[in-house]
Design a binder for this molecule. Structure first.
Ligand code: AKB
Length: 335
């Protein structure tokens, strides 16, 4: 396996004369939009192929709308293969997935999208010698996982469909790396906060919704309890960290899946920060729903020291800085 890995590395080094050609699945989602914009700036507009199953609608923050955009259903293996060959793709960033809350509502579809979709891009990465990034998540952990400073290697046992599909993804990616030398890389993302793009059906979505509601109605019905502490990260840290991991020389990586954290907060802390600094009369109500059980099964903070050591991960935004970016950025949308 070591020989396979180093052959893969040599193949990639010979590409270093030119930027990578990248396919991003799920490119119209919260993370895909931001990653494609940044990659097009770094690698060239024509080198980053954005794909999704919807049309880009007016108003989406697409910085280079002239760049290549294709329809790609990740369950359609021949179509994916055709895109990879036609565009001579070197790297795939597989962002297409159903998130925790929607996956609980539609388990059969989530299994298809998250498991079959990933198996397709993984197998294509083996055949066409691609570097493959697929995000994992705090949702890959479960109720038996140590909650504070959760390490990379620990008890997983998630009890959600989403978590199960992400553990499957991690294990299969590691297996393909060991067995076939596939350059699979993954980071376990916390909840990601963004101004321009909306999340799609997760448990951490409250931390974005709250700003929109505070700015529009000065109140918010939070679907998690006040003391629910979860790891969170600002989107530019997420994108920068993902690119650091993607670009890291293969010899720096001592494992294939890394925790990646920035800060953690609770709904109550967000409420206080908003009232103290931005909207003194803001009214937060707590109306926990089925997403509470999902959040309760996840860690409150992650130990990401191996990401820091191996590929230089270092977030820029703590909670106060995230709240500032979110408030000012979203306020600008409503003025
Ligand atoms: C979700 O809440 O499902 C996602 C995640 C943490 O993976 N944001």
């Amino acid at each position: 396996s070591a020989r396979n890995a180093s052959t893969g590395a040599q193949a990639l080094q010979s590409l270093s004369q030119r930027p990578p050609r990248v396919l991003v699945t799920g490119s119209l989602g919260q993370l895909g939009l931001a990653l494609v914009n940044e990659m097009r700036t770094r690698y060239g507009v024509g080198n980053v192929v954005a794909s999704d199953i919807r049309k880009p609608t007016a108003g989406l923050p697409i910085a280079h709308p002239e760049g290549p955009f294709v329809y790609a259903d990740v369950m359609n293996y021949p179509l994916l293969e055709r895109i990879i060959v036609d565009f001579q793709i070197d790297w795939v960033v597989h962002y297409s997935a159903m998130l925790s809350a929607v996956a609980e509502k539609e388990p059969a579809r989530a299994l298809n999208v998250n498991i079959t979709g990933f198996q397709n891009v993984l197998e294509l990465s083996r055949i066409h010698k691609l570097r493959l990034f697929c995000p994992s998540t705090i949702g890959a952990f479960g109720p038996q996982t140590p909650k504070i400073n959760t390490p990379d290697l620990t008890i997983m046992n998630p009890n959600t469909i989403y978590g199960i599909t992400k553990v499957h993804m991690e294990l299969l990616g590691e297996y393909y790396h060991e067995k076939f030398g596939v350059d699979f890389r993954s980071a376990r993302y916390p909840g990601i906060l963004s101004v321009d793009t909306m999340p799609g059906g997760g448990t951490t979505d409250y931390a974005i919704d709250i700003f929109h509601h505070a700015l529009q109605t000065n109140s918010y019905n939070c679907f998690l309890k006040p003391e629910t502490r979860l790891p969170m990260m600002y989107i530019s840290d997420c994108i920068e960290g993902t690119l650091q991991l993607m670009e890291a020389p293969v010899e720096k990586l001592t494992q294939r899946v890394y925790n990646m954290a920035a800060d953690s907060f609770t709904p109550a802390e967000l409420d206080v920060a908003i009232r103290e600094h931005y909207a003194p009369d803001f009214q937060m109500n707590y109306v926990p729903d089925s997403r509470q059980a999902i959040a309760d099964s996840w860690p409150a903070s992650l130990d990401d020291s191996l990401a820091r050591r191996d590929w230089g991960w270092k977030p820029q935004y703590d909670t106060a800085a995230m709240v500032h970016k979110m408030w000012t950025g979203i306020a600008a949308q409503y003025t």
